[in-house]
Structures are given as C-alpha cells and as structure tokens.
Design a binder for this molecule. Structure first.
Ligand code: NDP
Length: 335
C-alpha cells in the first residue's frame, strides 16, 4: 500500500516536490495490534504548522517519516480483543492507504454506527465540527441575538460556525473568497456575505464589514487573521468576544507578519480575544455529537465536501487548502 512522507520542509507555499510517496507491504497484526484499510483521509491547515521544525502544541513532522493526520477506515485483521474485522475506526494514521499497529499508537477509536456517512467523521461530526462548536459556544460564549462575524465561512470549520450561530438565533456575517463560496454561505443561512477577494485593501474590507454590520459585531470567529482581524477589532462592540481559531493567511509567511494596527482598541472596548486548541475542549465531545446528530437529522445542519480521489492526490488536496480549492471539508477518498 502507498503512503506519503515529507521530502523537504516547505518554504512559503508548499510544493508537490516537498512530498514523497513510497510503497510498503501490509504486515499481519502482532498481539494487541490491528490492521486497517483507510477509506478516507483528511488534510487540514494545522498540518502546515507541523512542517516547520519548531516547538508547538504538536511536534513537528520529521523528513522521511510517514505523515499523520485524521483518517477513517475498516479493520481488515485483528489481534486485539476489542476489535473485529469490519469495525469502523477513526485514527491519526492518515496519509497512507493501510496500516498495522496497536490502536493506541495511532490514536485509533472504534466508531459506533451513527447513520452518518463515514467521511463526516473527519468533518462536520469530527474535529472541525467540534472546533466550530467549542469555539463558538464556549470560547466566544455565544448568546442568542449576538451579531457574529466569521471568516473562512465556506470552509469546514467556518460553514459549521455559520449554521450553529443561526441555530442559536444570531445574526451572521460570513466572509469567503469568490461568488460561488459566498452563495454557499448564504444558502447555509448567513444574513450577509462578504466576498473578500472583491475587497483587495484593508479599507475596502472594513467598508464591507461596516455595511454588513452597521451596529458592530459581538463575536468574531477568526479563521484567517490579517486584515480580517483588524477589521473585526474596528467593528467590535464594547465587550465583544473573539474566538481565535486560526490565521491561515499567515501560515505560509516567511517573515513575521505585522499585528493589527488598531490593537489599542482592545483596552477601551474591553475585548476578550482568546485563542484555543480544539483538543483542550475534548470534554465537550459527547454533547457535541448529540447536538450535531440532532441538527443533521433535522436538516438544520448541512455539510459540503470537496473530494479528491486516491492517495496520489493527497499533497494536491493539502495545497488546495491554501488556494481555496475546497468548499466545506477537503477530503481524500482512498481506493
Ligand atoms: P477550510 O476548510 O476553511 O480550508 C481553508 C480555507 O482557507 C480555504 O478554502 C480558503 O478559503 C481559506 N484561505 C486560504 N488562504 C487564505 C488567505 N490567505 N486568506 C483568507 N482565507 C484563506 O479549513 P478548516 O475549516 O479546516 O480550518 C479553518 C481554520 O481553522 C484554519 O485557520 C485552521 O488552522 C483552523 N483550525 C483550528 C483548530 C484549532 O483547534 N484551533 C482546529 C481546526 C482548524 P477562501 O477560498 O474563502 O479563501
């Protein structure tokens, strides 16, 4: 089966040549191990951070080592008492078609039947879904009636944020790149959309946000950083809360990027600007799954996916995140 490793640490925007594919024979499970064939793997923006050789909340990927990431698959052989052939498992053993290891070594978990498609376990009902849920409900302490601004609104996390905020009876302004994505965000219930690619300067983006939220915003869910963050500070109402989820506009920067020039407003407006990592909020998982399953069933929560076919396409799918090639969750379907 095939697998991907990092061939070189990317400088700036990653290139296909930064990745190397190899083939390995599937091995039989030893005592306590399982053999799994992956059906889906996830590519996520945080993986870019792990490609730098630096300390962070997750250790860096090593050159030549098979990459890891979210995956879903089925057990094909088992020497573990809790796993049987055919069991569905989520794991961190992505970037490969198949694997044999102890479940714990790959952070594998058996998944009960949810009625959802397997791919949803990597998106709306998985890590990005919980990120939206925890970020909005706990980190930003969302209240009914809030005006919420969310960037990256057509992506996996952002599109879920839009819908949770609507379920909680908030006014939602979403920003995304391009007409097609803005139409998607609108169809998910957003009250206003901003096509940030039509607003090439900070002033223009700020003008669009002011027009969409004439009375200001109570919550900013930040997926992109940069000009969006500065505009959100400018439009923030007193006591507004910012959930700092990600800053993808800076992940490929080769130099430190300037901070928001209006940061001084944090004091006078008494803003709460709080970063968070989804794993810190793992305690919300049971409630999240229960709510999410209900919302999907009732039709209140829709989820879009962009699917690339085959393990060969994995680096291209990953690069696509930084080129905005995905609507909803970017996924790789494995053969
Ligand atoms: P998305 O599905 O949103 O995909 C990435 C999107 O980012 C692209 O489709 C693109 O959309 C947008 N984008 C790319 N480059 C830029 C840019 N320079 N400026 C503005 N937008 C850009 O990814 P996820 O939903 O998985 O992740 C969204 C954010 O959440 C990321 O910042 C990620 O790091 C963060 N995250 C944080 C977690 C945490 O625990 N804190 C957990 C999971 C995700 P467009 O075409 O609209 O530009």
């Amino acid at each position: 089966s095939k697998q991907w490793a990092l061939a070189a640490r990317p400088v700036g925007m990653p290139k296909l040549s930064d990745f190397a594919m190899s083939e390995a024979e599937a091995t039989d499970p030893k005592d306590g191990e399982i053999q799994v064939r992956n059906s889906w793997m996830s590519v996520d923006p945080y993986m870019r951070g792990r490609m730098y050789d630096r300390e962070s909340y997750v250790p860096p990927f090593q050159i030549g080592e098979t990459l890891t990431g979210g995956a879903v698959g089925k057990v094909t052989a088992s020497a573990h008492p809790d796993y049987a052939v055919g069991d569905l498992v989520t794991s961190m053993a992505g970037w490969r078609e198949a694997w044999t290891a102890a479940p714990d070594a790959m952070m594998a978990n058996k998944v009960p039947q949810t009625g959802l498609p397997d791919s949803a376990l990597l998106g709306v009902a998985g890590m990005p879904g919980l990120t939206a849920y925890a970020g909005l409900l706990r980190v930003a302490a969302l209240k009914e009636g809030d005006t919420v601004f969310v960037s990256g609104a057509a992506g996996a996390v952002g599109s879920t944020v839009v819908q949770i905020a609507k379920i909680k009876k908030c006014t939602v302004i979403g920003s995304a790149g391009g007409t097609e994505k803005c139409n998607l965000v609108k169809s998910l219930g957003a009250d206003a959309v901003i096509d940030y690619k039509q607003h090439n300067s900070y002033e223009s983006l700020l003008g669009a946000l002011k027009a969409a939220a004439p009375k200001g915003i109570d919550v900013y869910f930040d997926n992109v950083g940069g000009d969006h963050l500065e505009a959100a500070i400018e439009c923030a109402r007193p006591m507004a809360r910012f959930a700092e989820c990600g800053m993808i506009s800076q992940y490929n920067a080769t130099e430190p990027t300037p901070g928001p020039r209006n940061i001084i407003q944090v004091v006078g407006k008494q803003l709460s600007i709080r970063g968070f990592i989804v794993s810190t909020h793992a305690d919300m998982q049971p409630q999240f799954l229960q709510d999410m399953a209900g919302w999907i069933q009732s039709g209140q929560m829709k989820f879009e996916e962009t699917v690339m076919e085959g393990i060969e396409a994995a680096p291209e799918a990953f690069l696509g995140l930084f080129q905005g090639r995905n609507k909803g969750k970017m996924l790789v379907k494995l053969g």
